[in-house]
Ligand binder design. Structure first.
Ligand code: NDP
Ligand code: OXD
Length: 312
């Protein structure tokens, strides 16, 4: 079995070695421009078109959860990956726990008013503030997939009211589920903390805009863990400045790295991290990909295949 590997920043020799250990008998090589030799599988992140184009692969594996960068390249170059070649993505592989850590710590930060106390500290102000109540702190998660479900589970464990919004209805104990455009307004109307874990698709680009933010509870918060293009950044700044929203924590941005001239850097109620909410955990990812390759080789059913029509 021949496997080609391409990732612009990962430690390629480490991955090749670990993949060969996980798949005894497989030959794994780093793909370099000009390499047109046959391969059975490709493991990729931001792959150059020429890496995949015209190759008779059995499957392609994205080395992350989101496949938007691959699908957008496919729009311009459909010949890069014919529909007959399945595209897989990582399902959790350690990212669920990281998303839980991030979401729980940030929600608790807001719930315990550490943002207000930090602002008071800047003014040398010693002033206990009224406590927030959980019943006024409904968490609304957009995207109830692999990662959204993990985040919902962890915040339920902390006793917050949790609701989710997705394309299809969920029946999860303790969680209120809303589905589709028709129920988006009802989902938003009680939400105090909006957590975004949607994929980047034609339907979700720009979804977190002024009209949407206006439907949230007053003094609400946004936690964007998915993709920057989901949020209209000017609308978010306006909602923060008008007092509709109290704070935002952003891990992802419409342009990354965030340009120095962006007003988000300087806004006192915007906090940010540089797209690190949940990173690919190499060993977990390799175990999962090797497992899927073995299942495919045996003709068994597999999970994680991207529905290219749907866009995630
Ligand atoms: P999944 O595909 O498992 O879940 C996607 C969820 O979004 C599903 O619940 C789906 O609904 C819902 N959804 C999709 N389109 C719509 C729509 N138009 N309207 C309503 N709901 C919709 O993805 P993951 O949970 O694995 O990952 C989510 C995203 O997180 C990734 O696409 C990626 O962009 C981002 N991410 C960010 C990272 C970071 O470090 N910041 C790291 C990893 C991922 P349904 O259940 O009905 O299908
Ligand atoms: C991912 C990411 O989608 O790192 O995996 O954002």
């Amino acid at each position: 079995m021949e496997i080609i590997f391409y990732h612009p920043v990962f430690d390629t020799p480490w991955w090749i070695n670990a993949l060969e250990k996980a798949l005894p008998g497989a030959k794994v090589r780093e793909w370099k421009p000009g390499d047109n030799r046959p391969a059975d599988y490709a493991l990729v992140w931001h792959p150059p078109v020429e890496m995949l184009q015209g190759r008779k692969l059995k499957a392609v594996f994205a080395l992350g959860a989101g496949v938007d960068s691959i699908l957008s390249k496919l729009k311009a170059h459909p010949e890069m990956l014919p529909l007959s070649i399945p595209l897989f993505r990582l399902e959790d592989t350690g990212m669920g726990l990281q998303m839980q850590e991030y979401a729980v710590s940030q929600v608790l930060h807001w719930f315990r008013r550490f943002d207000d106390y930090q602002a008071q500290k800047q003014e040398s102000c010693w002033q206990p503030l009224p406590e927030y109540q959980r019943e006024d702190f409904t968490i609304g998660i957009m995207g109830a997939g692999v990662l959204g479900s993990k985040v919902a589970e962890s915040l339920l464990g902390w006793g917050f009211p949790v609701r989710v919004w997705s394309r299809s209805q969920k029946a999860w104990p303790g969680v209120t589920s809303f589905a589709g455009q028709a129920q988006l307004g009802a989902f938003l109307s009680e939400t105090r903390v909006l957590i975004n874990l949607l994929p980047n698709t034609a339907e979700t680009v720009g979804i977190i805009n002024g009209a949407l933010l206006e439907q949230l509870q007053d003094n609400s918060y946004l936690l964007n863990l998915a993709r920057g293009v989901h949020v209209i950044e000017d609308d978010l700044l306006q909602a923060l400045d008008s007092g509709k929203m109290k704070g935002a924590m952003l891990d992802v941005f419409s342009r990354e790295p965030l340009p120095t001239e962006s007003p988000l850097w300087r806004h006192p109620r915007v906090a940010m991290t540089p797209h690190i909410a949940a990173v690919t955990r190499p060993q977990e990812a390799i175990t999962s990909i090797a497992g899927t390759i073995n299942q495919l080789e045996r003709g068994e059913p597999v999970t994680g295949q991207v529905d290219r029509e749907r866009g995630y």
